[in-house]
Design a protein around this ligand. Structure first.
Ligand code: TXA
Ligand code: MG
Length: 310
């Protein structure tokens, strides 16, 4: 308990001094900085090698704190009550007098907002006087990090501090929902769209188009392990690692399981670490068997489809 508090204190000190640090969330690790500070936000973009026109998600402790920066609407309140804190990001209108650094939004008048559920991060957020801008803690277009060692692999000594919160429980990024007009999904993620639909009780548009202007996936290659990846594979080629979701009768060194019983939540949780492991084990190519396009399967398929653009 004592060490938790001292780690949070340490994290706060770095952040108060305009540094960026890695923080755990229930989806994936984030590369966090003070969202009100141009200096901090600039550091995030530089460290991540991220183009400045790709806006960041800002993480808040609760609704009261968000009130200073964004205006709300009915759809948002309904969803917030049901799903936040949790793996959903809302796009909302920025207030004129918001203190959010203009670099976060690329000067746009809308902001991506999330309330993370991870207790350690919530504890940190509660103790800060500002919200945290945080993209996933990985280099531009590569795999997101789901544990501290992944962050080290991505950034090495360039990162000042990693707040270690163990392995992320969900393992894929948040679902992004634009609420500035008719509700529209911009990214499949950790919260199943069909569940959101049930709460909103209305149609939800889906626009996860690769050509979308400021939306996720603006850049075709994303979530890539850095080696070629094929999807919907029935039979792998000789030199390919084979990623599976159902237990095979035979053993093979090239088989890597996301889950052995088709549990798609487990599969999502293990996706990025399995892909990292395959590369570390020396394989130069990856094949993945067909993943059912339901529930979290939709999110997995979205990620591996983008990764297959390598
Ligand atoms: O689970 C998550 O969402 C993680 C954790 C750390 O919270 N964060 C994350 O951030 O995945 P990032 O930056 O890797 O992905 C956020 C995506 C980007 O593709 C960005 O284009 C999009 O959100 N985005 C941010 N602001 C936006 C906005 N105002 N309108 C549309 N898309 C936006
Ligand atoms: Mg990312």
């Amino acid at each position: 308990m004592k060490s938790i508090q001292s780690n949070i204190k340490k994290a706060k000190k770095f952040l108060d001094n305009n540094h960026c640090i890695a923080v755990p969330t229930e989806t994936v690790y984030g590369l966090a900085g003070n969202a009100y500070s141009d200096i901090s936000v600039k550091k995030i973009f530089t460290l991540k090698k991220r183009p400045l026109n790709n806006p960041l998600i800002v993480h808040y402790y609760n609704l009261t704190r968000l009130k200073q920066d964004c205006s709300f609407n009915q759809n948002f309140i309904k969803l917030y009550k049901k799903f936040s804190p949790g793996p959903i990001t809302y796009i909302l209108k920025l207030k004129k007098n918001s203190k959010i650094s203009k670099l976060v939004t690329n000067k746009n008048k809308v902001l991506a907002v999330r309330f993370p559920k991870h207790t350690l991060l919530r504890n940190l957020l509660k103790n800060l006087d500002y919200p945290l801008a945080a993209p996933s803690a990985n280099k531009f277009s590569s795999l997101s990090s789901v544990q501290a060692s992944d962050v080290e692999e991505e950034f090495g000594s360039k990162i000042k501090y990693i707040l270690n919160g163990q392995k992320s429980k969900i393992g894929v990024e948040s679902t992004i929902l634009d609420l500035t007009k008719k509700p529209k999904i911009l990214r499949f993620g950790g919260l199943d769209v069909s569940i959101i639909k049930k709460v909103l009780k209305k149609r939800i548009l889906i626009n996860i188009n690769l050509k979308n202007k400021i939306a996720p996936g603006q850049f075709p290659l994303h979530y890539s392990p850095g080696i070629p990846l094929r999807i919907n594979v029935i039979k792998p080629k000789k030199n390919e690692a084979f990623v599976l979701i159902k237990k095979r009768k035979v053993f093979s060194k090239k088989y890597y399981y996301l889950t052995k019983n088709k549990n798609l939540n487990d599969a999502a949780k293990n996706l990025y670490s399995v892909l990292r492991k395959i590369k570390k084990d020396g394989f130069k190519k990856i094949a993945i068997e067909k993943i059912p396009n339901i529930g979290m399967g939709k999110t997995i398929n979205d990620r591996i489809k983008r990764a297959s653009k390598f």
